[in-house]
Design a binder for this molecule. Structure first.
Ligand code: C2E
Ligand code: CA
Ligand code: CA
Ligand code: CA
Length: 275
């Protein structure tokens, strides 16, 4: 039986799970938001060890939903990936980040997260080229962050795309290192410019000797491979001391700055890094 207003069977319509209904609504709202560009990028500072100098800023997307308020990216990015809306959203993010960073007085790098689905898009190279050309941002100021999962599906094409981006002068960072499946294999497959060690390791370094050992080994591995390791999620001065002592090349985390519309001040970051 079909209902008068849709192609859905009546049975399903009436019993439709609240969660399913909510998800559909959210997808519809997401499409509206993409059409209206109702997103905002916040920027979180990354700093180099030991100089304390700013290494760049990571762009993190924010969605202010008209009714629900702030919807976190951990919720709507996976949703957009499943609903097929990630590519237009990802294009908006990339272009917005390039246009905004081109206006920064400090000429720092901007790091943009790239969805595995967007990496698989054959038009990506063209999208990136025109974002750079239209904004005037030099490729050396753009860095793309990718998780290992980006390279698992259609590995060959993913690696080709990465090589093209790198040849354009764009830096490529391996994101969330340590929490995926084939970490070491991925390191062997591509010369990343940097490894970002997942925040879950940093969270344990004050209490777990094992976490410190892993951190030390990853930092040494990164140094050997010429892929400096950035420790994510550094919140405490004690954590900064440990990651610096164990050989990490950079940090990101609330200790030096939360994601914000306002760029973190270089002098302030240097002061915190010097503690
Ligand atoms: P991610 O790429 O690993 O980004 C780092 C996340 O950790 C951000 O969460 C950031 O706000 C948070 N964070 C940074 N420092 C600290 C800290 O010291 N303590 C704690 N507890 N958290 C910290 P956010 O902005 O909610 O983003 C979550 C995830 O959503 C990102 O993880 C990324 O996977 C995805 N995401 C965010 N923006 C974008 C985007 O523009 N494009 C794509 N494709 N994914 C994005
Ligand atoms: Ca990231
Ligand atoms: Ca990360
Ligand atoms: Ca993450």
């Amino acid at each position: 039986a079909k209902s008068a207003h849709s192609n859905e069977p009546c049975f399903y319509d009436s019993q439709m799970d609240d969660a399913v209904r909510e998800r559909r609504e959210l997808i519809a709202d997401l499409r509206t938001a993409i059409d209206a560009s109702a997103f905002e990028l916040h920027y979180q500072v990354q700093a180099t060890i030991p100089s304390g100098e700013i290494a760049g800023y990571e762009a993190l997307v924010r969605w202010h939903h008209p009714v629900r308020g702030m919807v976190p990216p951990s919720e709507f990015i996976p949703l957009a990936e499943k609903s097929g809306d990630i590519v237009p959203l990802s294009i908006w993010i990339l272009r917005q980040a390039c246009f905004e960073a081109a206006l920064w007085p400090n000429r720092h790098k901007v790091a943009v997260n790239l969805s595995p689905i967007h990496l698989a898009d054959p038009r990506l190279i063209e999208t990136v080229s025109s974002a750079l050309a239209d904004s005037g941002l030099p490729p050396e100021r753009l860095s793309l962050e990718l998780t290992e999962s980006a390279i698992i599906h259609d590995r060959r094409f993913a690696l080709e795309q990465l090589a093209r981006l790198k040849a354009m002068g764009i830096a490529i960072a391996l994101d969330d290192f340590g929490v995926g499946y084939s970490s070491l294999d991925v390191l062997r497959a591509f010369p990343f410019d940097r490894i970002k060690l997942d925040a879950s390791f940093v969270a344990e370094i004050e209490t777990s000797e094992q976490a410190v050992s892993i951190l030390r080994s990853v930092a040494a591995l990164g140094t050997t491979l010429n892929m400096p390791v950035l420790a994510e999620g550094v919140e405490q001065p004690a954590q900064l001391s440990i990651v610096a002592r164990e050989g990490c090349g950079a940090i990101q985390g609330y200790l030096i700055g939360k994601p914000s519309r306002t760029l973190a001040d270089a002098e302030q970051v240097r002061r915190i890094m010097a503690l």
